[in-house]
Design a protein around this ligand. Structure first.
Ligand SMILES: *[C@@H]1O[C@H](CO)[C@@H](O)[C@H](O)[C@H]1NC(C)=O
Ligand SMILES: *[C@@H]1O[C@H](CO)[C@@H](O)[C@H](O)[C@H]1NC(C)=O
Ligand SMILES: *[C@@H]1O[C@H](CO)[C@@H](O)[C@H](O)[C@H]1NC(C)=O
Length: 309
């Protein structure tokens, strides 16, 4: 078996192997005897077979015909990891960075071993310690990061969602279990949205509720739908601009989810305020522009009492 320090790339954080090419040697553990090397005595020009030095030592003096190799312990901060005929030991050249911790100190038989500190992993393409990723919305931590591997994420399984960066998915609320109707089905990013507004029961007389905007639950359900049925970030951004009457959103790159949440919060916050009618008008205008006629008609009917003037 041939060993070379060049091939022993066991410290991937320090790829500098300056003393490589000289150090190829043979190690034959199968023979049971200590490895040897051929050496030419510089004075007599005689060729002799010398014994190599064991790990932790180096060749102080090569052997001669009359005397064996003289091996000496590596000095402090130096090492040899294998049987060798090096004339000096290798310097422990692994220096742990501030993103690393030392997991094995330097000794005569091996270099210092560094490892990325907790919360970091070794990125093989850059050779740097990078922070473990957090899993994006809609996904969970499938395998936590290690010093050698980044976090592994997986999409939320069906029937669950994740709207935070906690790395966990929660099951969708079961609306019927709570005696409510399902208004918007859940997906991997958001929960199922329930409503107490029962379809086909807005005619009022029977359950004492007035039709249209008088029924708060149904208005809320409608607002929810208006927001969640628009699935293009561009259209939602447009909607948000109009609703806010000129004030531009801070995040031009806002995601669909953020926008949905923000617009939803906004529409909800102005419910039953004097602003509601004008906002509703804006919403209707946007829905017209974005050709969401069915939703617009539904909304128009619902808010008809607010839109009379
Ligand atoms: C909600 O709960 C009911 C009653 O426990 C069950 O029959 C139904 O399958 C559940 N729905 C969902 C979507 O899990
Ligand atoms: C996440 O979903 C839960 C359950 O629907 C909700 O209460 C919470 O406000 C949501 N959080 C965000 C940041 O959207
Ligand atoms: C509501 O009314 C529509 C149209 O009249 C009908 O198709 C639907 O089945 C009704 N839904 C319920 C839950 O009664």
């Amino acid at each position: 078996m041939m060993h070379s320090y060049c091939k022993q790339n066991y410290f991937r954080t320090r790829p500098t192997w300056i003393v490589c090419s000289l150090l190829v040697f043979w190690n034959n553990p199968a023979s049971g005897s200590e490895p040897v090397y051929e050496w030419q005595d510089p004075i007599t020009n005689e060729k002799v077979m010398c014994q190599q030095c064991p790990p932790g030592k180096f060749v102080e003096q090569h052997c001669t015909k009359d005397r064996p190799t003289q091996c000496t312990e590596c000095p402090a901060l130096h090492y040899t990891q294998y049987w060798n005929y090096l004339e000096r030991c290798l310097y422990c050249n692994n220096i742990c960075s501030n993103l690393q911790v030392e997991v094995q100190p330097c000794n005569a038989m091996h270099n210092r071993v560094c490892q990325c500190k907790p919360g970091y992993y070794l990125d093989l393409s850059s050779d740097f310690c990078l922070p473990h990723a957090t899993c994006p919305l809609g996904s969970r931590v499938a395998r936590p990061g290690t010093p050698h591997e980044n976090t592994k994420c997986a999409e939320c399984p069906s029937g669950t969602f994740s709207n935070t960066s906690t790395g966990k998915c929660q099951p969708h609320t079961n609306c019927s279990e709570q005696g409510l109707e399902l208004n918007i089905p859940g997906n991997q990013y958001h929960d199922a949205l329930c409503t107490a507004c029962k379809p086909n029961r807005t005619s009022g007389a029977q359950d004492g509720q007035e039709e249209g905007s008088g029924n708060l639950e149904c208005d809320q359900a409608l607002i929810n739908r208006a927001v969640y049925q628009i699935s293009s970030p561009k259209k939602l951004l447009h909607l948000k601009r109009m609703l806010e009457q000129g004030s531009l959103p801070k995040e031009e790159q806002a995601t669909l989810l953020q926008l949905q949440a923000e617009i939803y919060a906004y529409l909800t916050s102005i419910r039953n305020t004097p602003m509601e009618a004008s906002v509703t008008k804006s919403l209707l205008r946007v829905l017209q522009k974005t050709q969401r006629h069915r939703l617009r008609k539904l909304l128009q009917k619902r808010f008809s009492s607010n839109l009379r003037n």
